[in-house]
Design a protein around this ligand. Structure first.
Ligand code: NI
Length: 173
């Protein structure tokens, strides 16, 4: 298991619609293991494959925030939303590819998702609370969408300018 570098916005690889995972191979299992290690190390509650430069439809998440509770690492391959609640929920989102910036995003409060697991079986589950927000945020990544794409153009451009500056500073250091 190894920690992979996380791409920082703006990066063209974060804007791509990712193709599906054709089969659950050793390479995919390795990717999922590395992504979970990378997510816990960051730390974050979700990470999508394009964020580590792999353009394929896979994300990991674990929204258990209580440190005393057992972790629940989840790997979702080729996920799709099969149902969305009419009820909406606003949550202050962040992203490991947009460090230190947070903004309120409104999304369906609950979603039902279907995906393939590492066991190559189909799974389906309804998510609510932070799990629902995280699952939708990560699925967006697989379609080249970031949480700032849900904001107005002014706010999005401001954050993007700051990220460009941060990347320039990091490249110089
Ligand atoms: Ni993100």
């Amino acid at each position: 298991m190894s920690i992979r570098p996380i791409l920082i916005h703006p990066d063209p690889r974060l804007k791509k619609v990712c193709p599906p995972v054709p089969a659950v191979t050793d390479e995919i299992r390795q990717l999922a293991d590395d992504m979970l290690a990378t997510m816990y190390d960051a730390p974050g509650v979700g990470l999508a494959a394009p964020q580590v430069g792999v353009l394929t439809r896979l994300f990991v998440m674990d929204c258990i925030k209580d440190e005393d509770a057992a972790p629940r690492p989840m790997v979702l391959i080729n996920p799709e939303i099969t149902w969305r609640s009419d009820e909406q929920h606003t949550y202050e989102e962040g992203c490991l590819s947009i460090p230190e910036h947070y903004a309120e995003v409104t999304r369906p409060a609950r979603v039902r998702m279907r995906w393939t697991g590492l066991d190559a079986q189909t799974h389906e589950e309804e998510f609510d609370g932070l799990w629902a927000t995280c699952a939708q945020h990560e699925l967006d990544h697989l379609d080249g969408r970031l949480f700032i794409d849900h904001l107005g153009p002014m706010k999005r451009q401001l954050i993007t300018r700051k990220m460009t500056k941060l990347k320039r500073e990091r490249a110089r250091a």
